[in-house]
Design a protein around this ligand. Sequence first.
Ligand code: ATP
Ligand code: MG
Length: 579
Amino acid sequence: MKQYFRFAKKYKKAFLLAPLLVIVDVFCEIVQPEMMSRIVDLGIRQKDIPYILRTGGLMLGLSLLAIIGNVGNIWYSSQGSVGFVTELRKGLFGKIQEFSFANIDRFSSASLVTRLTNDVNILQQVVMMSLRLLIRGPLMLIFAVVIAVGIAPGLGLIIAIAIPVLMVSIFFLLRKGIPFFIQMQGKLDKVNGAVQENLINVRVIKSFVREGFEKKKFAVSNEDLMAISIRASSIVALIMPVMQLVMNISIVAIVWFGGNKIMAGTLQVGQLMSFISYVTQILMSLMMLSVSVMTFSRAGASSKRILEVLDAGIDITDSPQAIREDRKPGLGKVEFIDVSFKYHSGGGEYVLKNISLTAEAGERVAVIGATGSAKSTLVQLIPRLYDATEGQVLVDGVDVRNYTLLNLRNGVSMVLQQNELFSGTIRDNLKWGNPLATEEEIIAAARDAQAHEFILSFPAQYDTLLGQGGVNVSGGQKQRLCIARAILKKPAILILDDSTSAVDTATEAGIRAALDRHLKNTTTFIIAQRIGSIISADKIIILEEGAMIASGSHEELIRSSKAYQEIYYSQQEKEVPAV
Ligand SMILES: Nc1ncnc2c1ncn2[C@@H]1O[C@H](COP(=O)(O)OP(=O)(O)OP(=O)(O)O)[C@@H](O)[C@H]1O
Ligand SMILES: [Mg+2]
């Protein structure tokens, strides 16, 4: 709850005025039947025209005030609820931007999308409803009971019976219905989740011709939702007739007992009329409250999911020391000191084991190893995409945790193995790495990444619009744009995680030559499968199941490392010579 207050704070006025205006509305409305009864009993019976006019005028005035109260309440409730969720969405989005990779591992993107759209919308409805009905219902109820009993204390017994009867029946219906509503919300989540995941992976589904399977999967969750929705609504559908029944029985009883009182002269006709109005009000208010309870029960799950995001602890943040010192990576020397690492979601197994290595400033370091040998994991520790579980990663002799994330990641540019472009022009995408880059710098970076030429081959050149995720460029072109984007940051450390896997060998050699020429002083980590990509590196590191089994230059390793020889000769299509 406390979390939510900070999003409502900006709309304090709306949150205060909406309930206040409801009070005005309720007050002006609730006295109307009472005044009507006075017009009938005093004005008409005694033919007191001025009294009728006065009271009628007053009623008219109060009606106007009620309208103002009601419209004002709707206005401020909408403002409050829309404002609240706008802030909430902003807060959630901001929080997700701060998420570390570990946080993202925990929430799937489909579930985050649902949380940010569907769950937030449900919360908006609840806030709107709270501001409209939550005060109105009980207030109406109390006022109506007090006035009705004041009019005819003798008939109070009917209210005293009708209210508990209706409450008990609604209670039972809700008790049966609410679990269905909660389940319904769960099923709705499944449907939403299925849609999100399907849309994100639509290309994979098509390429595996799994549309039929997906359709079936979707039909199952969709029909589940239907079944539970029908059960839930059939219970809710009972509430209305029950209420009608209670209401009609009450009215018959009131007319019966009230009629006797009128004949005995202890009750006036107008009073009986207004009494009936109040009883109707009372029962309606109870209905309103039950609807609120229902909506609240449905919203509980949404709120829980939103709070999960808001309360998620972010494990990678700026330390106070880092903020105080505000240092930036300089030359780009990288050291791993006895680093071990395990993923939180990885079941307690160490993925990296006791890695110690040094990359001097400006060195080219290649990391090779079988798939799953933790190459990506190793380099992800440098820009702190994850934090080392044990040991230390140092950049220029300083623990990476003692840089602010902004400074560290500005200094360490990484082309991720699964890289993405954004919708927008090629220029926008490149400048994304460095918004201040000049046209010359952009072109230079594109040239180094061997992307300039194919960019020029597009009719709109650097203004070519890329689709979401860069769908309209080839895999190799996409990789080159991602490299250009990373180079444009002019980093002290550049990490290329399998970034040229889709690029032909000649182009790759071009990129390598450009890096040697123009990024001489940049420490570069290259993860690659092709031996040609790494042979010229100053240092080659071989990983096997998370352990570093050898390191050195090509010349050193070809002499000393059996594992390296195997990799080398298997790619040379030559026999491993007997040593
Ligand atoms: N986010 C994650 N959560 C849990 N485990 C992970 C995660 N990412 C990777 N792993 C596990 O860590 C190990 C190393 O993975 P990593 O991606 O570092 O390998 P890699 O050497 O880069 O492989 P490849 O050559 O296929 O890219 C694997 O066993 C993998 O299952
Ligand atoms: Mg990898």
